[in-house]
Design a protein around this ligand. Structure first.
Ligand code: SF4
Length: 353
């Protein structure tokens, strides 16, 4: 079991982040925030697949104003993503935002940060100090490691906020480079007690981006570092949520929705295991409760793996055995019937959970 790093918990809306609270899954809308309808729909889609916190871009005053209506209909707390113009943070707070993300790489004037912090303090709105390796503020100090520069920027910002008696702080130190990201979070973890938001920034398209995120965040999470995560992928944000939960499930940090175990298939398999696994996966995506399903392509490892799952199928040529909690509950004849017979058993168990 992973022992989590202690952090001072904060609340963003009704969501607790830090210390022993479950690691929170976040995403970010990819709509134009000024388009209230499209943004609201995307937030609902995200909530439906388990997203717990959502960030929206606030590039101008119109977007900041739109937050008021978006927030009213949102099933989860919203964080405003602010760059360059501190007045947009003030406007977002005015519109009722639940949290603010500031980038010290482009908002660094202490007077401006003080003004945001005072407004956030008044409404008890947390601020994420969102460091990004690609937009660090200029400095005369020579750094050999980007991670050291990232951590120094975060520490300076933390000191400023603490001097204003503000401690509703969360920190992120994202880079595309996995080693830089890991190094930065490790250093930060021992320097300040605030919750850490993990991410590999601009991770890429779904395949490579999911792997990069899983490796980078997986290493940190396994060390107990990380209180909330976002997987950044160049695709619909619901995929980000799906991958985030898969990462957390692999490390037994969250239990969320069905888990599919499927064999890769090989020369022994006498059915199209890839097609069957995909069909089962599509059906499971509609389900929300935790259930472990195994789809196995032959009688060598099939029955053993299938027995470990809540429900499993071990397939042979035109015949399959379905296991429920380790016991054969049904024998199916005819490959065309495998999917429907398996889904009948899955639904029956699912309804009892
Ligand atoms: Fe091959 Fe059978 Fe293993 Fe699947 S379970 S990979 S078909 S040996």
């Amino acid at each position: 079991m992973i022992s989590r790093r202690y952090s001072v918990p904060i609340k963003i809306g009704n969501v607790t982040i830090g210390n022993s609270a479950p690691i929170v899954v976040q995403s970010m809308t990819k709509t134009d925030t000024r388009d209230i309808k499209a943004t609201t729909i995307q937030i609902e889609e995200l909530a439906d697949c388990g997203c717990e916190l959502v960030r929206v871009a606030v590039p101008d005053q119109q977007a900041a104003d739109a937050i008021f209506k978006i927030r009213k209909n949102s099933p989860m707390p919203i964080i405003a993503d602010i760059h360059f113009d501190y007045r947009l943070a003030l406007a977002a707070i005015e519109s009722g935002i639940d949290g603010i993300r500031l980038n010290p790489g482009n908002i660094y004037d202490p007077k401006q940060i003080t003004s945001i912090t005072k407004a956030a303090k008044e409404r008890q709105i947390p601020i994420r100090i969102g460091i990004n390796a690609g937009s660090l503020p200029k400095t005369d100090k020579q750094y050999t490691q980007t991670a050291d520069h990232m951590v120094d920027v975060a520490i300076n910002q933390i000191k400023l906020l603490e001097s204003l008696d503000f401690n509703l702080i969360k920190v992120s130190l994202k880079a595309f480079d996995v080693f830089t990201t890991i190094q930065a979070y490790r250093k930060m973890a021992s320097k300040a007690p605030y919750p850490l938001h993990l991410g590999i920034t601009e991770a890429g398209l779904p395949k490579a981006g999911s792997i990069r995120s899983a490796v980078g965040m997986g290493i940190l999470l396994n060390e107990g570092i990380g209180d909330t995560i976002r997987v950044s992928l160049s695709t619909h944000p619901r995929e980000e949520v799906y991958v985030a939960y898969e990462i957390l499930k692999c490390l037994s940090l969250r239990d969320h929705g069905p888990t599919l175990v499927s064999c890769p298939g090989c020369g022994r398999s006498e059915i199209d295991i890839v097609e069957l696994a995909n069909s089962v996966d599509n059906e499971l995506k509609q389900m929300k409760k935790s259930i472990k399903v195994a789809v196995m392509g032959c009688v060598v490892n099939g029955p053993g793996e299938a027995r470990d799952a809540d429900i499993g199928i071990a397939c042979g040529k035109d015949r399959a055995a379905i296991f429920k909690k380790g016991v054969v509950v049904s024998r199916v004849v005819g490959e065309a019937n495998f999917l429907s017979a398996l889904m009948t058993e899955i639904r029956s168990l699912y309804n009892q959970i």
